[in-house]
Design a protein around this ligand. Structure first.
Ligand code: DAV
Length: 366
């Protein structure tokens, strides 16, 4: 029996990873927590249904580019089993006309040491997405005697979990920023809700973004579940659509983080990094002024890179400024053509979930 699952951070040498799939992906119908994240002028407002087949095929081609790079370097790649995502779903508490996709895995699966936990996502359309990863979890469970297979408490996602009419169509960018600064988000605090991509793992410390997809109750839940860890709630007042930490604050190796210059980590929260001699560098500008068509995320997926080891990083092929900066920061850069997978939920980091990285649980902030 082998050790298959272990990962404590985002930079130790990567040996095994899950890469998502675009098959059957759906633009989900509007529900209480999703419309908040679609910019008012987005072409996607009011639109829902299966994504066009040619975009799915192209997205999958991009993910295959990533799989090839990883496999050529000896990384074992596992893939989810897509469901027919355009089915209606229901629980005793809600009904939804459709599910979404099994992209990106980073939102759903959180690996901490020998444990992989399915998240407590706040979107109803993502309630059953974990099922796509269950065949892999069964395999890890069978083959790795130490693997801890966990599901976080499932949120009920009743109407009480959301502030209704939180945003109307007329809200300005300034108003959105004021709400972010006031930590006033669409979710309520009746139950812990979180996306795994809001959690940045750094050995004994977990930095968790409080925003549209993760609430304060989640921070409290994490601290009680992992009493031996330090849980830090972080937030980035410059972000009008704060979802997921991985296009905002991205570690490259111990001691070095790139930070989105439009979303700087505020002063009191910087102290722990500075006190421990970590360098926070402003990320280079994205190469694009617009995200690709039918994409929810911002152009800052430019910094959503996949670190293979503390000297090697995969960066999207068209993101020339980010590549140049990484190179100057002493990293070997591997470009990967992935931009047409962005509409399915994210970049290189988003599209993956850690299974195994070498290394131990260290204390980087003693
Ligand atoms: O900048 O739109 C995207 C994060 C996706 N995991 C952004 C955040």
């Amino acid at each position: 029996m082998a050790k298959i699952v272990s990962s404590w951070n985002d930079w130790d040498p990567l040996k095994r990873v899950i890469v998502g799939r675009c098959d059957n992906s759906v633009i989900p119908p509007e529900e209480p927590a999703t419309s908040e994240k679609v910019p008012v002028d987005s072409e996607m407002r009011g639109m829902w249904g299966l994504r066009p087949l040619e975009t799915v095929e192209r997205g999958n081609e991009c993910l295959e580019n990533l799989v090839k790079i990883l496999e050529d370097r000896g990384v074992v790649v596992d893939r989810p089993t897509p469901l027919q995502w355009n089915q209606a779903i229901g629980t005793p508490d809600f009904r939804n006309d459709s599910m979404m996709t099994c992209m990106p895995p980073r939102d759903i699966l959180l690996t901490i040491g020998n444990e992989i936990m399915a998240a407590a996502n706040s979107f109803r359309c993502r309630y059953f997405e974990y099922l796509a990863y269950w065949p892999l979890m069964e395999m890890y469970f069978e083959q790795d005697p130490d693997f801890k297979w966990t599901q976080a408490p499932r949120p009920r996602l009743t109407d009480k979990s959301y502030k209704h009419n939180y945003y109307d169509e007329k809200i300005t960018l300034e108003e959105r920023l004021e709400r972010t600064a006031a930590k006033d988000f669409v979710t309520t605090e009746v139950e812990p809700m979180w996306d795994a991509a809001d959690v940045m793992r750094m050995g004994k410390d977990l930095f968790i973004q409080h925003g549209l997809t993760t609430n304060r109750a989640a921070m409290d839940w994490f601290q009680r579940y992992y009493p031996e860890f330090r849980v830090h709630a972080v937030n980035f007042p410059g972000d009008p659509y704060p979802i997921h930490i991985d296009a905002t604050f991205v570690p490259l190796r111990p001691g070095l983080i790139i930070n989105n210059p439009h979303r700087p980590l505020p002063e009191p929260q910087r102290a722990i990094f500075e006190a421990n001699d970590w360098q926070i560098v402003e990320a280079a500008d994205p190469a694009h002024t617009e995200p690709p068509a039918l994409c929810y995320s911002s152009v800052w997926l430019s910094m959503n890179c996949l670190v293979l080891d503390p000297k090697t990083v995969i960066v999207e092929a068209s993101e020339v400024h980010q590549q140049e900066q990484m190179d100057k920061l002493g990293m070997n850069v591997i470009p990967c053509d992935l931009r047409d997978a962005y509409p399915f939920g994210g970049g290189l980091h988003c599209s993956t979930a850690d299974v195994y990285r070498e290394g131990e649980c260290l204390d980087y902030f003693p």
